[in-house]
Design a protein around this ligand. Structure first.
Ligand code: COA
Length: 354
């Protein structure tokens, strides 16, 4: 075909559509609707920022109260759903929540209310699927805000640190055309329903090159006690041409502003934490050796570990936050929709007879 356009593998640097929700910005700062994500994390609550992402503006008092009420009144799961999770007894929580969302037996209502229901239930599905697997009783969420309630379900640590968790949740909210959001937009472009589109996104987020990176970080940090260990670990990985989780990014080639923010947060609350110290050593040597910056997942894993959150929840935490970004992208895609259907260049055999 003469009008074919050959694009780089992985669509690297290809602009496939426009978005007004977030940008990684010419300045290298991640902006949500024009505001710096790190500033929102410092000064706003999760609900205020999620409202901004979904609705395009920060809420006034009344809008915030309505948004919170809608979320909190949907924060429950039925006995039938709990029973299904007990039957499945799946140890991989991400697989479980993907399956539970796709089953969604109570998927009634308009598209926005379906998103609200999924957003409200995802933290419970995450916590309760762990209870179903471990055979422990389900807890009722406690606390004022969305992330504080979620924190109460999954943390065994000091509850006074919940704000650090909320900041991380804010930084995970949105990231323009990342792989899971793009998967969601491809699904939305076929005019499928929100539940199906979110199922595509959850399935895509799960991969180790995307959201799955954060749960692999702790394993190697636990084995690093000093600079010699850090060097040995990195050199071994690079020699074997293996990727080191928590490093590199398709967009941030010099620094990931979210990683630096979480690193500073840890420096403030846990400067002597052994995994934090190990992460800094690995980050410094990796930059010296390969010029690759840490991404948010390196320090997110250390922070969640410090906050007493089991590794099984790291990826679900990401999903419970990013679903608000998916919500905004679903409707943005529909506003000016054209089905996303690229072409391919064929590398199979020539036409032949049987
Ligand atoms: N460890 C070791 N080397 C890495 C690396 C990592 N984590 N990430 C990138 N590199 C290297 C590549 O091998 C390549 O080296 P080369 O030029 O010598 O061949 C170079 O850096 C460019 O990387 P590339 O794979 O082209 O980047 P990408 O934009 O296609 O991929 C990621 C981006 C995120 C998929 C990739 O950096 C990665 O796999 N990181 C680990 C997983 C991770 O932490 N994901 C979370 C992202 S928030």
């Amino acid at each position: 075909m003469s009008d074919e356009i050959i694009v780089p593998k992985g669509l690297a640097n290809v602009v496939v559509d426009s978005t007004s929700i977030a940008t990684t910005g010419a300045s290298g700062n991640l902006l949500y609707r024009g505001y710096r994500a790190v500033e929102l994390a410092e000064k706003k609550t999760f609900e205020e920022t999620a409202y901004l992402i979904v609705n395009g503006k920060l809420p006034d008092k009344e809008e915030l109260s309505r948004f919170r009420n809608e979320l909190f009144s949907n924060m429950k799961v039925s006995k039938e759903v709990l029973d299904i999770m007990k039957i499945i007894k799946e140890h991989d929580i991400m697989r479980n929540i993907r399956s539970m969302v796709s089953l969604y037996p109570y998927a009634k209502g308009n598209d926005q209310s379906l998103f609200t229901q999924m957003e409200a239930k995802l933290p419970l599905l995450s916590a309760y699927s762990a209870s179903a697997f471990l055979g422990t009783p389900v807890k009722e969420p406690t606390g004022e805000g969305f992330s504080q309630k979620f924190f109460s379900l999954i943390s065994n640590g000091n509850s006074k640190n919940w704000r650090s968790f909320e900041k991380l949740m804010i930084l995970y909210l949105e990231h323009e055309f990342n792989a899971s959001t793009f998967a969601l937009r491809v699904s939305a472009s076929t005019l499928t329903d929100p539940v199906s589109a979110v199922t595509s996104a959850l399935a895509t987020l799960k991969g180790p090159l995307h959201g799955g990176a954060n749960s692999e970080v702790l394993t190697y940090l636990g084995s690093i006690e000093n600079e010699a260990d850090a060097k040995k670990f990195i050199e071994g990985k690079l020699e074997r041409k293996e990727k080191i989780m928590g490093f590199g990014h398709r967009v941030y080639k010099k620094k990931d502003p979210r990683a630096q923010f979480v690193r500073e947060e840890l420096g403030r609350i846990a400067p002597k934490d052994p995994k934090y110290v190990a992460a800094e050593m690995v980050e410094n040597y990796m930059f010296e050796k390969k010029g690759l910056p840490a991404n948010v997942d390196l320090y997110a894993a250390v922070l969640m570990d410090y906050l007493g959150i089991n590794e099984m929840f790291y990826l679900p935490v990401f999903a419970c936050s990013r679903i608000f970004g998916w919500n905004a992208h679903y409707f943005e895609q529909l506003k000016d929709n054209k089905i996303i259907r690229p072409a391919s260049s064929y590398s199979g055999p020539e036409e032949r007879g049987l």
